[in-house]
Design a protein around this ligand. Structure first.
Ligand SMILES: Cc1cc2nc3c(=O)[nH]c(=O)nc-3n(C[C@H](O)[C@H](O)[C@H](O)COP(=O)(O)OP(=O)(O)OC[C@H]3O[C@@H](n4cnc5c(N)ncnc54)[C@H](O)[C@@H]3O)c2cc1C
Length: 440
């Protein structure tokens, strides 16, 4: 007898947990196919540490074949879903195309960088949503500090040592926190630095506080730590225009810089809107059991799904790793239940708190609503990340230990170029390469 086939699209927090839970429950009674453009799960919350040269890039990845032995990995990117034929169309990494038939489908494609219609931003800014962008930023920062060192023109010198990050959510805040420590470490190694200004970092947000979506006490801690570190924090401020030489702020000030990092948020992966099912702000609408209404064979979870938040009636769960991973587990159980293994569950999750790594030993955290700061929060944050990673923990911990005793490695390999990580990308998990096969 043919085994039913479950196709899971996307192997991030939600898709990885779906596939892992499902494979434990159904064992070999169903075929589980995981479609993902890369052969790894990416632990996004530690990406700022990759950009700052603390963690090597492979540390924040976990091999899919290595950790999901009962799941068949198909490398590729879904291009569309044929709801009638129950097929997913995809393009593989070498331009080959294919289709996957499904009995059950789980859409867990996550999100991509959000663009705002600000002139010049798409051309001159970079996002922070994938490993290629983190690698690019690490090299770019190192290069700017090195180019500034050999620079005779004081204006160019200052511009190269000025870094502007827009968006003070957890991504932008962590990028600035780590970035400032990184550049300070780089200039400490340079000769003749006495009397020179420190590299300048600006963090801008249109909101009236850092971390606007989190507990106000976390914002206060982050604000204090960053300002003490010398970061120019500007709330209530946004960018009017970006040019090759810098950014024009909405208050009329022009900041000369060669670095604009765009962390204003994310939007659901556009694949979801193209499927032809009801969406809520680009997220696929599902019921509290993560099922698409009217399609008992289709489930969705994570950033790409609009999941009713039963702890806050009338709202949808926010786009966080905590929700995505937990929803993935519930999706796995409910898909298994739909195949006759176990019972269905409803998704309901109370916020357990948040951790924001502020670099060095500093962090802001509120586990179970208790606000923490300083080294205690720093230790808790690192412990949380180690516990939450599905693998590679020893290697991550080893990099942290090396970082504590050795100077930061200041080399740029230049493997990821500016043009290969455009801000406006539907696939931030992959760097563009010259001569790559075109998609239809
Ligand atoms: C820098 C950064 C730091 C963050 N820090 C935190 C934090 O500290 N705490 C927290 O709670 N949240 C954090 N987040 C948010 C969190 O990472 C996301 O909410 C979470 O990753 C969402 O999980 P997901 O499975 O929905 O999507 P993802 O984890 O993004 O996974 C989506 C997967 O789908 C794949 N995919 C995309 N399109 C296709 C396609 N067409 N076909 C096949 N596969 C596809 C992608 O390659 C990826 O593997 C952070 C995000 C970023 C960018």
């Amino acid at each position: 007898m043919n085994r039913p086939r479950v196709v899971v699209v996307g192997a991030g927090f939600a898709g990885f947990e779906t596939a892992r839970t499902l494979s434990r429950l159904v064992r070999d009674k169903a075929e589980i196919v995981l479609l993902n453009p890369t052969d790894y799960f990416l632990y996004l919350p530690l990406l700022p540490q990759v950009a700052a040269g603390i963690l090597e890039p492979r540390r924040v990845t976990v091999s899919l074949p290595g950790s999901l032995p009962k799941v068949r990995l198909v490398l590729g990117e879904a291009d569309g879903v044929d709801l009638e034929a129950r097929q997913v169309r995809y393009t593989g990494p070498e331009g080959d195309t294919g289709t996957l038939e499904y009995d059950r489908l789980v859409l867990a494609v996550g999100s991509v960088n959000k663009l705002l219609p600000v002139p010049g931003v798409a051309e001159h800014a970079h996002g922070f949503r994938g490993l290629p962008e983190a690698l690019y930023l690490r090299d770019h920062i190192t290069r700017q500090i090195e180019l500034a060192a050999g620079c005779e023109d004081p204006r160019e010198y200052d511009a190269r040592r000025t870094f502007v990050v827009v968006g003070a959510g957890y991504t932008g805040t962590e990028v600035v926190a780590q970035g400032k420590l990184f550049t300070d470490a780089l200039v400490r190694k340079q000769p003749g630095r006495q009397g020179r200004k420190e590299p300048r970092w600006l963090l801008l947000d249109i909101a009236d506080r850092l971390l606007p979506e989190l507990d106000r006490r976390l914002s206060t801690t982050a604000d204090r730590v960053l300002r003490r570190r010398g970061v120019d924090v500007r709330t209530g401020t946004s960018v009017k225009e970006a040019t090759p030489d810098g950014v024009l702020l909405d208050d009329g000030e022009f900041i000369e810089t060669r670095t604009l990092v765009w962390c204003v948020g994310v939007r659901p992966d556009p694949l979801v809107s193209d499927v032809g099912l009801p969406v809520e702000r680009g997220r696929l609408l599902v019921d509290p059991q993560l099922n698409v209404p009217g399609h008992p064979e289709i489930f969705a979870c994570g950033d790409a799904a609009a999941v009713p938040d039963l702890t806050r009636p009338g709202e949808f769960t926010p786009m966080t790793a905590q929700h995505a991973g937990r929803q993935g587990k519930v999706a796995g159980r409910n898909v298994a239940a739909s195949l006759g293994f176990g019972a269905r569950h409803t998704y309901k999750h109370n916020d357990l708190g948040f951790v924001v790594d502020l670099g060095g030993v500093q962090a802001a955290a509120n586990p179970l609503g208790v606000p923490l700061s300083g080294p205690l929060a720093g230790a808790l944050t690192r412990g949380y990340h180690l516990a939450a990673m599905p693998g590679n923990r020893v290697r991550v911990a080893a990099d942290w230990m090396l970082e504590a005793v050795l100077p930061r490695q200041a080399v740029q390999l230049g493997l990821v170029r500016s043009w290969s990580v455009p801000l406006d990308s539907e696939a931030p998990e992959q760097a563009r390469v010259p001569g790559a096969p075109e998609k239809d």
